[in-house]
Design a protein around this ligand. Sequence first.
Ligand code: CP
Length: 315
Amino acid sequence: MKRFLKVDDIGDLQIALKEAEIQKKNPFGFSYLGKNKTIIILFFNSSLRTRLSTQRAAMNLGMNVIVLDVNKDSWKLESEMGVIMDGDKPEHLREAIPVIGSYCDIIGIRSFATFEDKEADYQEKLLNQFIQYSGVPVISLESATRHPLQAFADLFTIEEYKTVQRPKVVLTWAPHPRALPQAVPNSFVEWMKKADVELVVTYPEGYELAPEFTDGVTVEYDQEKAFEGADFIYAKNWASFSEYGQVLSTDRNWMVDEEKMALTNNAKFMHCLPVRRNMIVSDGVIDSPQSIVVDEAANRIVSAQVVIKRMLEKL
Ligand code: CP
């Protein structure tokens, strides 16, 4: 595996889920693979789970890990080609990327949507420069449009907790005071479409995701109707795609609370975290036995470990 950016990069989901199960049962079983190998994980944005779980996964596989918080610990990096570099960015990505690649065997990179330019975000300009110039395998630790390690962990968590063969999984928009990227819901939909689940997506009008992700997906604008009979409720906020990056609604009626959870088939509550309590979800739901957000976050180690292991095997 040379890159991990989206669901197609993992291949057969059943095989990937089986590998995840093996990695979880025996996390140090492949520690010989990473001997004398180094992963550099680069963060252009803040992180708790992605940073720590990827580190832990690489360490379980015997790798050396270097973490770089680009905005804090490095030169400011220019990304535009052809510019006169007379501003506050003393280094260009065109040099920085191959230099970083020369120090490691695998690169992981986290960078959010800028919300300045929809086309530039959806073209994944930054991530593609790393693929083009680093010379080593690249893992997306969340990009402008996708968060594949999160979606893989989400799917594995659903597999662990499901009580029926084909569970009803509901992705619901929920309110948030700030504009958040579409990466998590995009990837969640992308992965669930390929999984053996009944997927329903619910959001207020104006929050339609990019058609490339939601084509063929069941959309229900009535949140309570969507919740009926659900086995999993996956809450997430995202900013508008059509009015790119705008917050069109902060309607608190979309928060996931006990009353709405009572409409479900005793559904498990999921969220990628971090989550704003009593905005996205009530204390009563997230503190209830129905909430599996911590187990879901713990499975981020598992998804990262499957991906890094596959890359190590192909070095
Ligand atoms: N879910 C997730 O990616 O968490 P962090 O932003 O803390 O990495």
